[in-house]
Design a protein around this ligand. Structure first.
Ligand SMILES: [Zn+2]
Length: 253
């Protein structure tokens, strides 16, 4: 019984092999006609073909990705070259695709970039320096744009620079601390109690007189009061608030 079954199966296999060979021979004999036929079909059924490929891709995604990875590892150079060539030949469609992708994955990409920057701080610093050297004009323009969009940070930096120049004993005020100081004074000028759009950092003991650029020596003042005061003593006595919630800057003095 067993043997008869095996024989039967082998017979089917044999028929299969024969029909396969016949089909192949037919395809070889009609190769040119088939080429034309498939080309015509591809032209007239574009959407259908794309839809079918998408369906196939979705159903076999993991498998295809794995195959792709294996191929990439084995033929890295060749794959990269092909990809470059594809991008060169399809510049516009690739750009359009990338634009849509960036829009649809904006937050995800921003988070990825932030994580990358955090993990590659030194690498990024080296890269930025090299870029600045190679593109001085573009780099200057980018810095200018950044300063313009982050005016507070620029002011903090220039205040620190000024304090260091005047050999202030301590230069450790952070932006967070400055925000706390302003909020502790209810965003009002300590002299005239106005609530201006922008508060300036006023040193209780002026930097000129050996004061520090540190949380206990700074009060908020409106521009007018800050300028009027010059380097004299405050017109209204003030108690410096000792704020300790925000940490001072690391490694500064
Ligand atoms: Zn004022």
């Amino acid at each position: 019984m067993q043997d008869a079954l095996l024989d039967e199966r082998n017979g089917i296999d044999k028929i299969d092999e024969e029909s396969k060979a016949r089909k192949k021979a037919w395809r070889v004999a009609h190769a040119e006609e088939l080429k034309v036929y498939f080309a015509l079909y591809a032209m007239t059924h574009k959407e259908k073909i794309i839809a079918r490929r998408q369906l196939y891709y979705r159903a076999h995604k993991d498998e295809l990705l794995r195959k792709q990875q294996i191929r990439y590892k084995a033929h890295k150079e060749k794959v990269l070259l092909q990809q470059r060539e594809y991008r060169r030949q399809h510049k516009e469609s690739v750009a359009a695709y990338q634009r849509i992708y960036r829009q649809e994955h904006k937050e995800e990409l921003q988070e990825q970039h932030r994580l990358w920057r955090e993990a590659n701080k030194e690498k990024k610093a080296v890269h930025d320096k090299a870029y600045a050297l190679a593109h001085p004009e573009a780099s200057k323009a980018a810095q200018k744009r950044y300063r313009k969009s982050h005016p507070e940070q620029g002011k903090q930096r220039s205040q620190r620079r000024r304090a260091r120049k005047l050999n202030a004993p301590l230069v450790d005020l952070t932006r967070a601390q400055w925000e706390e100081i302003k909020s502790a004074y209810n965003f009002r000028c300590v002299y005239c109690h106005a609530k201006p759009k922008r508060l300036t950092q006023d040193h209780i003991t002026p930097l000129f007189h050996g004061g520090s650029h540190t949380v206990s020596n700074i009060v908020p003042a409106c521009m007018a009061c800050n300028q009027k005061k010059g380097t004299g003593s405050p017109r209204v006595p003030i108690q410096p608030l000792l704020l300790t919630i925000a940490e001072p800057m690391e490694g500064s003095a």
